[in-house]
Design a protein around this ligand. Structure first.
Ligand SMILES: *[C@@H]1O[C@H](CO)[C@@H](O)[C@H](O)[C@H]1NC(C)=O
Ligand SMILES: *[C@@H]1O[C@H](CO)[C@@H](O)[C@H](O)[C@H]1NC(C)=O
Ligand SMILES: *[C@@H]1O[C@H](CO)[C@@H](O)[C@H](O)[C@H]1NC(C)=O
Ligand SMILES: *[C@@H]1O[C@H](CO)[C@@H](O)[C@H](O)[C@H]1NC(C)=O
Ligand SMILES: *[C@@H]1O[C@H](CO)[C@@H](O)[C@H](O)[C@H]1NC(C)=O
Ligand SMILES: *[C@@H]1O[C@H](CO)[C@@H](O)[C@H](O)[C@H]1NC(C)=O
Length: 218
């Protein structure tokens, strides 16, 4: 039996290498909805002063990618704050938070105990922080808080991918407001500054042309 040619061996090695690299980088194959806390949900028992589960432990055992959602199965006794600011997260309060980096996802219920399901899309790579500020921060201090790291994965799906703002373009001049200097020659325009400049240019032009005329005469 003929042994395989060196070229065939090389091709096989290359194919195996490409397959290995592809499977190592192809971690995310679809977008995932993560129910926060699993079956326990996002709940705090105020009489026992404890969270329904250990949210940091829950978060540590998942992989999060752009375009995934966090689904908070919760009630109006808790709140859902998302922040990109570690200082805000550690303070357990949104009182000093900036509108640009901290968002409240809430039903806005007045009554306690109303069931809520809140879907939070993951749209920014890197650290994302979550907490409930309810009960004057006690819930958060008692563990209603967790942080995650969002990986690139498949990138944002079109439904979450906001187009960049359009490039700036000079607004068109309003009609009739700045007539060309030619039309102001011989009379005051309604625009004093433009008219004055045009008049000055006219005077300079007259001086130059009369000077030239004088030179010609001499
Ligand atoms: C994930 O949650 C979002 C928001 O509620 C929803 O639009 C989407 O259909 C859900 N995806 C899956 C796979 O359940
Ligand atoms: C809250 O904790 C108290 C005391 O441990 C317990 O009796 C009660 O059933 C808990 N409430 C809920 C909704 O789990
Ligand atoms: C809950 O724990 C906090 C400490 O984080 C404490 O200040 C508060 O008094 C406790 N509340 C109850 C009802 O035990
Ligand atoms: C971590 O998640 C896997 C499934 O993704 C599960 O089998 C395992 O029990 C979880 N571990 C903990 C400590 O929750
Ligand atoms: C984080 O938020 C605090 C207010 O809680 C603010 O003073 C600080 O500038 C913010 N940090 C960043 C990096 O925006
Ligand atoms: C919400 O809070 C109220 C008042 O503390 C309590 O009676 C009720 O059991 C809580 N509901 C849930 C779902 O935790």
């Amino acid at each position: 039996m003929a042994s395989p040619s060196p070229i065939a061996v090389n091709l096989t090695v290359m194919a195996l290498f490409i397959t290995a690299v592809a499977s190592a980088t192809q971690a995310a194959t679809s977008y995932v909805n993560h129910t926060v806390g699993g079956d326990a949900g996002w709940f705090f028992n105020s009489s026992a002063n404890i969270t329904a589960t250990d949210y940091s432990k829950w978060a540590a055992n998942q992989t999060f990618n752009l375009g995934d959602y966090l689904i908070f199965r919760t009630s109006s006794n808790e709140t859902v704050f998302q922040t990109y600011n570690e200082t805000t997260y550690k303070s357990c309060s949104a009182d000093d938070a900036l509108d640009s980096d901290t968002f409240q996802y809430d039903g806005g219920f007045d009554q306690l105990g109303q069931p809520l399901s809140i879907a939070v899309p993951l749209t920014i790579e890197g650290p994302n922080y979550y907490f409930s500020d309810a009960d004057d921060g006690v819930q958060c201090q008692q563990g209603m808080a967790f942080h995650i790291t969002v990986n690139h994965g498949l990138g944002l799906p079109p439904s979450l991918n906001q187009p960049p703002p359009p490039p700036y373009s000079e607004p068109p001049p309003p009609p009739d407001s700045s007539p060309s200097p030619l039309s102001t020659v011989g009379g005051r325009s309604n625009d004093g500054a433009v008219g004055a400049v045009a008049d000055a240019l006219l005077v300079i032009g007259v001086i130059i042309s009369s000077g030239a005329g004088a030179l010609l005469v001499i």
